[in-house]
Design a protein around this ligand. Structure first.
Ligand code: ATP
Ligand code: MG
Length: 458
């Protein structure tokens, strides 16, 4: 039994009878059986299983690959599943009715099952091949990566050893070309190949190194870590939208605080990552931003939804506050002044940070609702609580209270009001004439219908 097992580990070419002979591409892989890697097949999503099964039935090779295998080995629940195959995107597309080919820089197929999408990529070959499908910039950065190859080549071009593992749900074996399983067991995140070359090919890998090591609790291997500060400048060449996507992943990883700290420690900020500069260079809003990141981390780790719009609203809030103050000092009334401030900050910052429109809309809604929390008389609180963005705006309010910007009492009042029943709510309302505890005065109540909160004005 043990002998057989060893034979399989060390002679992956000779595999169980009855199985399709595999290509030469696997000769250099360790084949790690279920008993060693311990991955429970039941933890795979149905969609991932259906995808590999579908492809295998059609005569192709198909494996769950990348982050999902790594996460399963670390006993974590993968957030999504990627599949690698020797079928071309067109072939994959033909196997699954509900699928579509996407991407240019890197073509792949989205296979859809209900509300789950599995990303299927064809094994990629060396980007060094000199033709139209693989292009590198003078700096060595890869611009296009569409040369297909075999599985072994596919493994080499992945970033970390821990990310280059292939799991076949049919055999329950893991194919390991770069000692990824051993690295994971030793708690190490190691770049495949020469780290400096790999960072030159794709500088975003530096950010991935920081993010994944923080998120997974893996230590960066010394050779992987050392070149980072020296090569940080290469991030300047990366298109903003890609940097933005990567930073968003980082902030929503559940380890935003630690990642931000580590980015700074590795010299990966200051002009390179506008979004991070916003986080780290806020003497005024530091406490608020730290609370916001901590809050985001807590939510992610508790499996609660987090919204990027909310996060950006927090990151930019102190700029809004400053502009709001400025406009009021220039003689504008509070609500129009707030809207002017919102426009100013979102026009300048959203562009600089490449914040997507759909996020900046949420951001503005959250900001715009803030003054309405100061209105605790009449029917206005009832209207606010029914607002589709109430929840987000209320969470935001709580952060403002927690950071000391507003009295804690306001946040508490809204928590109580939200949980109270009809009679209790009515009893909680402040009399219309009550002098406000807040310094920022609201307008006299002589005008406007009962439901027209100031947040909707202007
Ligand atoms: P996450 O848990 O954040 O999804 P991930 O490792 O799965 O982490 P993805 O962006 O989903 O990250 O990428 C899937 C796989 O593609 C990775 O595991 C890795 O094998 C490969 N990959 C992703 N980005 C790169 C890159 N910049 N360079 C090389 N390989 C990459
Ligand atoms: Mg992934």
């Amino acid at each position: 039994m043990i002998k057989k097992l060893l034979q399989r580990v060390f002679n992956p070419g000779k595999q169980k009878s009855g199985k399709k002979p595999k290509g030469i591409s696997q000769q250099n892989a360790k084949v790690i059986p279920r008993s060693t890697h311990g991955i429970d097949r039941k933890l795979l999503s149905t969609a991932a299983l259906k995808t590999t099964e579908g492809l295998q039935k059609a005569g192709f090779e198909a494996y769950v690959v990348g982050g999902a295998v790594r996460d399963l080995l670390l006993k974590r629940r993968p957030k999504d599943f990627d599949v690698a195959t020797n079928a071309t995107p067109e072939q994959v597309n033909r196997v699954f009715r509900r699928s579509r080919i996407i991407g240019r820089r890197f073509r792949l197929v989205h296979v859809i099952f209900g509300d789950e999408t599995v990303e299927v990529s064809t094994f990629r070959g060396s980007h060094l091949a000199d033709d139209d499908n693989a292009r590198t910039a003078e700096s060595g950065r890869i611009l296009r990566d569409n040369v297909f190859g075999n599985q072994e080549e596919d493994a080499v071009r992945r970033d970390f050893t821990a990310n280059a593992l292939y799991y076949d749900p049919a055999t329950e074996e893991v194919l390991d070309f770069h000692n990824g399983v051993a690295d994971i067991k030793a708690g190490v995140l190691r770049m495949i190949g020469d780290p400096a070359t790999r960072y030159r090919e794709d500088p975003v890998r530096m950010l991935r190194a920081i993010r994944l090591s923080a998120k997974l609790g893996l230590k960066l291997d010394a050779a992987t870590e050392t070149p980072i500060p020296k090569m940080a400048d290469l991030l300047k060449d990366v298109p903003e939208s890609r940097l933005f996507d990567e930073m968003l992943k980082l902030f929503l990883s559940g380890h935003a605080m630690e990642s931000a700290r580590e980015l700074r420690r590795h010299g990966l900020h200051h002009g390179l990552l506008p979004l991070l500069d916003v986080v780290l260079e806020q003497p005024m809003g530091e406490r608020f931003v730290n609370l916001a990141l901590q809050n985001t981390d807590d939510r992610v780790l508790a499996d609660k939804p987090v919204s990027p719009g909310f996060l950006f609203a927090t990151l930019l809030w102190h700029e809004v506050l400053a502009a709001w103050k400025k406009y009021q000092e220039e003689g504008h009334r509070p609500i129009p002044a707030l809207h002017m401030a919102m426009t100013e900050v979102s026009d300048i910052q959203a562009e600089k940070l490449a914040i997507h429109k759909r996020y900046s809309t949420t951001m503005r809604e959250i900001w715009g609702l803030q003054p309405r929390f100061e209105q605790r008389a009449g029917k206005r609180p009832y209207a606010l609580i029914e607002h589709p963005r109430f929840r987000a705006a209320y969470d935001f309010l709580l952060l403002r209270c927690e950071s000391g910007e507003l009295p804690a009492e306001i946040g508490q009042w809204w928590s109580d009001f939200a949980h109270a029943d009809g009679e209790m709510r009515a009893a909680m309302l402040l009399p219309d004439t009550e002098p406000k505890k807040r310094r920022r005065r609201r307008r006299s109540r002589s005008s406007g219908g009962p439901d027209t909160g100031p947040g909707q004005a202007a």
